[in-house]
Design a protein around this ligand. Structure first.
Ligand SMILES: C[S@@+](CC[C@H](N)C(=O)[O-])C[C@H]1O[C@@H](n2cnc3c(N)ncnc32)[C@H](O)[C@@H]1O
Length: 256
């Protein structure tokens, strides 16, 4: 299985993936956040802080937390300080329900909206959001290009897309340790925390098959984004991408 997948990258559309992914996240949804914290050894807190800093949220900003799961980003966006207006969009009903239950306090309850929808076929109008954030989401898409086109479509011109995604560490020793951890330890660790092993085998596989940051940067550009940059965090365990939808104010045609 591992050998067979070696030549494929997640750039290639994978029919049927959506159903499998939704089943995985429905199965682990209630314990997903705990698994994220334990399995990243708490590092995800600083990764998220860094990602949100790149989003540069202003009060009243409409922000799409795409593949938002249990709303880990949305709660931070709606919490004290930023005063953004997040919409969490995800395919998994369990992830959304778990997030909704966790979102206590009037600020979060009133500000966060929860929508079950497919990232590759969003039910939002063009230019509906000031910013889009995707945490560990694009790796899971059945068709990466469709997903990116949708993110571009729903962003306002000049709006920012921030993507936080796993990547492979740069240091050779760390990379070896990481592959050992993700293939040998993580599935068992995941089963102990969530009762499920298969989603964590998929996790390790999908990280290994996902294109390198330089390639993702080019894919984002080909989806129409400009000013695409990326920053590797924790020696490349995670990469945060930032991209902008071109502001077409200067290119629009003058009335005849
Ligand atoms: C690893 S979780 C990430 C959750 C959250 N963004 C975070 O930062 O922790 C990936 C999420 O992507 C969702 N997902 C996968 N494919 C999707 C799609 N096509 N449309 C919407 N959500 C999708 C899954 O249901 C899952 O909740």
């Amino acid at each position: 299985m591992r050998k067979q997948n070696q030549d494929r990258t997640l750039e290639t559309p994978a029919p049927g993936k959506k159903k499998k992914i939704t089943q995985y996240f429905d199965a682990i949804g209630q314990r997903y956040d705990l698994a994220d914290t334990l399995m990243s050894f708490g590092l995800h807190f600083s990764w998220r802080k860094n990602s949100l800093r790149q989003l540069d949220i202003k009060a009243g900003y409409r922000i799409l937390d795409l593949c938002g799961g249990a709303g880990e980003f949305a709660r931070r966006i709606a919490g004290t300080g930023t005063k953004g207006l997040p919409v969490v969009c995800d395919l998994s009903r369990t992830m959304l329900a778990t997030g909704k239950n966790k979102s206590t306090g009037p600020a979060r309850q009133n500000r966060i909206q929860w929508v079950q929808s497919d990232a590759e076929q969003l039910g939002f109008a063009d230019n509906a959001f000031d910013a889009v954030i995707v945490g560990y989401g694009i790796r899971n898409l059945e068709n990466l290009h469709h997903g990116l086109q949708e993110m571009h479509r729903v962003l306002i011109p000049g709006g920012t897309l921030v993507i936080m995604e796993f990547s492979i560490p740069q240091n050779r020793w760390l990379r070896t340790l990481y592959h050992w951890y993700s293939f040998k330890i993580m599935p068992t660790f995941g089963k102990v925390i969530t009762g499920e092993k298969a989603p964590f085998i998929y996790l390790a596989e999908s990280i290994r098959c996902f294109p390198a940051p330089e390639r993702v940067q080019r894919i984002l550009e080909s989806a129409g984004f400009i000013r695409v940059t990326f920053q590797r965090l924790s020696n490349g365990l995670v990469t945060v991408y930032s991209a902008t939808k071109q502001n077409n104010i200067f290119t629009s045609k003058l009335p005849a």
